[in-house]
Every structure is written in C-alpha cells, then in structure tokens.
Design a protein. Structure first.
Length: 551
C-alpha cells in the first residue's frame, strides 16, 4: 500500500452484474466507508421512495454499524436492507445466516450477491496493465472497460432473463417441488417448524451458555486438557452455574453422555472454524484465477495451493474425529433422554461445502415433542429447505416478470425520445449519431425477446413509433462509394473509432486505441502467453438509403 497510490477498487453492481459505480480504495483493507459512500451516491440518483437491498460479503457487519452509528445521510437507513452473499455465507455463524443469508430471507428471489466477483472476473485482464500504469490512464482504462461490460450486459439482458427463468426458476422449482412431495408434509406445518427453528437458533441463550462454558470452548488442541475441563465444567453445571433454562435439560441424563455431548459440540465448533478458513482459501484461489476452472500459474497460485493442502488435511482429520465421537456418543445415548444426536459430516470438500448441517451447532437440550421435529427429522429439514427455495423461485419469477415489463417500457420510451430528438431541428448536427443510436436500440428487439415479452411485442412498439415519426426509416443498404479519390485499401481495413471527430482523422486509429493495443500486447508478452492476434475486424459499414434526405 505504501508503494501505490491506490490499493484496490470497490464496486457497486446491480443484480444483473452491470457495474454502476466504482471507487478507489486508498486505505489498507476493505473499510466500510467505501460501501457507505457508494450506496449513498446511488441513493442520490434514485426516486425518493425507492428501497434497496444491498448484498455484501459482510452485510451483517455493515448493518450493525449502520444501526449503531449514523452512517447514512437522512432518509437512506429506512430504505435500505442488508444481506450477505450466498457463496460467502459459510463464513458467517448460523445465527447470522438466519438473518442475512439471501436464500433464507424473504423477498430476495434467487439473487446471489456474487455479482461483484463476476465483474472482477470479467475485467481481470486489466489487472497487470493497471498495476504499472499512471493514475489517470488507469482510471480511463477502467472506465472504458466497465462501460463496455455494461453495454454488452445490457444487450444480453434478454438471454439473462431467459437463463434465470430456465436454469433458476423452472429447474429449481421442479427440484424443490419434488423434495416437498417426497417429504409429504404440509407447507403450513413446515412453516411452523421453520419459525420455531429460527426463534430457537436466534435466541440469546446459546451465547450466554457459551460464555459459561467458555473454559470448555476455548480449548481445541489437547484432548486430555479438554476432557479435564469438561469434568470441571460439569462440576460447575451441577452446582448450578448454568442458566436456569438449560439446567433441567441436562439433569437426569448420564454424566458420560453429557460429557461426550459437550466434547462433540466443541469438536464440531473446531470443524466449523477449520472449514471456514479452508473454503476461504479455495475462494481466494478462485478469485485470483477469475473462476475455479481457470488455472493461474503464478507464485500466488502455488502459495495458496500449498496452504490449501495443509488446511484440507487438518480439516479432514478433524471431521474424522468428529464422526468417530458421534458414533461413540450414539452408543451411550438413550432415546428417553430426547436429545437429538449430531449427524456425521462428509469428508469430501465439495459435499461439505453444501452440507446443510455443517454450520449448525450440536444440540444439547432435549427436544419438545412434535413442535421441534426440525431438530432431528431430516425430512422436515429437507422440507423446510425446499419450501424456502420454492418461495425464492416464486419471488424470482415475479421479479423477472417486472424486469421484462420494465425493459419493454424503457425500450419504448427511449425510442420515442430519440425519434423526437431526430425531428428537432436544433439537433441537425447530431442527426446521424441519433439515427445510429435509434438503429442500435431498435435492434435490441430480437435479443431482448423472452418468453415473458415476445419479439412481436417489441416489434409492435417499434413500428408504432416509426409510424408516428415519419421520416425514420430502418432500411439499410450497402454503402456506395461516390468519391473515387478514396483509396480502396483504406476501406478494406477499417479501424474502430471511438469518437466521430473530424472527418480527416476518422479513418486513423486514435491515440487511445494505439495505447490500448500496446498495453494489451505488452501484457500478453509479459504473461508468456501466445501474443494476441493483431486486432482485425470486418466491419460492414452501411448507411441508410434515405440518409441524404434528412440533412
Ligand atoms: Zn440491473
Ligand atoms: Zn455475519
């Protein structure tokens, strides 16, 4: 950080992955101020009653800070809600997940909150270039790149919606419905169970209990020491140090069982910590590589790899021990105690990451009849998950419907605005640019068409506007070169130009393009990869037949 003026970037991205705003990170670490200022900036541009859900890796922490200190200017706090991202939810405790995991939170549909990760992955080609470039050039490069990404994503919005509909809503609804059918339980019952689970697991009892058993919970390494402390704590337990609420639960149960139960609880806490840090390493690797399928081949990669191997071995050992203790606990357990036994965990990392019981603590109280079936009945747990997933799918479906409607509305409004601008005589110098814009927008009708809003609807709006604003024609024909003085070779190798600029220089690459090309080829050489093919594009330049009529 001392060597660089900027340590990183913080980005605000919408749920369609479109980058909205980006900020320079100029302090070590990811401080909350970046998130706060980006959110504040966005609110300045939103209607006064608009509400926003912010999905942030540490959304829970930010939410607490916002509640504690006046971090936002007036009128924002009531309109903003926080959640964490789906993939990073494992780093949060279960009680935190119950509040902030978007899959467990009402109204969030299937939004996963991993949009910023995908943005970094899309723009990672800029990292080596920007590392050594000057401040202003870097800002310019990033700005250009992000604008391009935003434009491309906007154009692909139709396929985005279709993908979310098919892969998300349709597939997951079918899956969840199947699970629900297999469980054969009423949704009302599952809802009650879920409410009970939330209330129980969020309750303040566990932290208090944790404090009293602090001496047990703090030891992880030495089994002898651990067992000695368990003994000691059990002594305290008998004397009545533990809170009123849990004492009767433990009394009447074999000492050996209670001892083992606390031991298993402690081992599971250890497994959870180890799993969290191992997954974190996995993610770091994925993040650096821009996705788990792309190898990085750098020192960082080697380093993370070796860290992962070490951590995975320690985690597997901890899980094996936990599973063994679970077995021996089951051997001394009696059904009349009504204390649910902890379930073994998978040793396979992939399965472990998606294991639903990993982050749940070991249950140390007897269960109360049917109202707490979620504690021990796997079917109820599966049922609850499926029910929640179904709800998210329904929400997502509704949201996608609204988004498709909004796209059509925006399409019509924007076309109308451009058509009006073209008609306005004061825009005479901009007419060709506006016509291009109109043409480009009109072309979105096929890529934006989805099963929710068909191409015919777009077409209808388009022809309506074209008719209303007579003079705008969408017939295009190949260009006829009237001027013989233009050299053919120039035409056969067209170059992209960002700005129309003056006519004389429009055929030459701009300084910006030259610089960008240089940087990319330098980067390719630097990485030892096959050099990029020289930029060659076949542009078919066509102008409207009626072009001249409008000047
Ligand atoms: Zn969006
Ligand atoms: Zn959290």
């Amino acid at each position: 950080m001392q060597k660089f003026d900027i340590g990183g970037l913080a980005a605000l991205v919408c749920r369609h992955d479109v980058p909205l705003f980006i900020a320079n990170v100029d302090t070590p670490g990811e401080q909350q101020k970046y998130a706060v200022s980006l959110i504040e900036h966005m609110f300045k541009l939103l209607p006064p009653k608009a509400t926003v859900v912010v999905l942030y890796d540490v959304g829970c922490v930010l939410d607490r800070s916002v509640a504690q200190y006046e971090m936002f200017v007036d009128g924002i706090e009531e309109r903003v809600m926080f959640a964490t991202s789906v993939m990073h939810s494992y780093v949060h405790q279960w009680s935190c997940q119950l509040h902030y995991n978007p899959r467990l939170k009402d109204g969030l549909g299937l939004t996963d909150g991993e949009n910023v990760e995908r943005l970094w992955s899309r723009s990672r080609g800029l990292i080596p270039v920007c590392r050594s470039s000057g401040k202003h050039r870097r800002v310019w490069l990033i700005n250009r790149k992000l604008r391009t990404i935003a434009k491309e994503l906007k154009e692909e919005m139709g396929s985005w919606i279709s993908r979310k509909l098919n892969k998300g809503v349709v597939e997951q609804t079918a899956e969840s419905q199947k699970t629900l059918d297999e469980c054969n339980m009423e949704v009302k019952f599952l809802e009650k169970q879920w409410a009970d689970q939330k209330a129980t697991q969020i309750s303040v009892r566990s932290p208090r209990l944790k404090t009293h058993l602090g001496n047990i919970l703090n030891i992880q390494t030495d089994i002898n020491e651990l067992e000695a402390t368990v003994e000691k704590s059990l002594g305290l337990l008998k004397k009545g140090l533990l809170p009123e609420t849990c004492r009767p639960a433990i009394v009447g149960v074999d000492l050996e069982f209670v001892q083992k139960l606390y031991l298993v609880r402690e081992i599971k806490a250890n497994v959870q910590r180890k799993a969290t840090s191992t997954f974190w390493e996995f993610d770091k690797l994925d993040r650096a590589a821009g996705g788990k399928d792309i190898a990085l081949g750098t020192k960082m990669h080697q380093h993370v790899r070796s860290a992962m191997t070490k951590k995975t071995a320690a985690l597997t050992a901890a899980i094996k021990r936990y599973n063994t203790e679970c077995q021996s606990l089951a051997a001394v357990s009696k059904p009349e105690w009504n204390i649910p036994l902890p379930e073994p965990l998978p040793t396979n990392m992939g399965e472990l990451k998606t294991c639903t019981t990993l982050m749940e603590n070991v249950w140390i109280e007897p269960i109360q009849g049917d109202s707490q079936r979620w504690v021990h009945d796997q079917d109820v747990r599966d049922g609850i998950r499926a029910m929640l997933r179904l709800k998210r799918c329904r929400e997502e479906h509704q949201r996608l419907g609204r988004e498709a409607d909004n796209m059509l509305k925006w399409y019509r409004k924007e076309l109308k605005a451009i058509a009006t601008a073209i008609k306005d005589s004061s825009n005479v110098l901009l007419v060709s640019q506006l016509r291009l814009e109109f043409e480009e927008l009109a072309g979105l009708k096929s890529s934006w068409a989805t099963s929710l809003i068909t191409e015919a609807s777009y077409e209808a709006h388009l022809s309506c506007i074209v008719q209303a604003a007579d003079g705008i024609q969408l017939t295009w024909a190949p260009v006829k070169v009237a001027d013989d003085s233009i050299d053919d070779s120039e035409l056969s190798a067209p170059v992209l130009h960002v700005d129309a600029g003056e006519e004389d220089s429009s055929m030459l690459p701009s300084a910006e393009e030259v610089c960008l090309n240089d940087l990319f080829s330098e980067q390719a050489e630097h990485e030892g990869k096959v050099a990029l093919q020289p930029l060659s594009c076949n542009l078919t330049w066509q102008t409207p037949v009626s072009f001249a009529l409008f000047f």
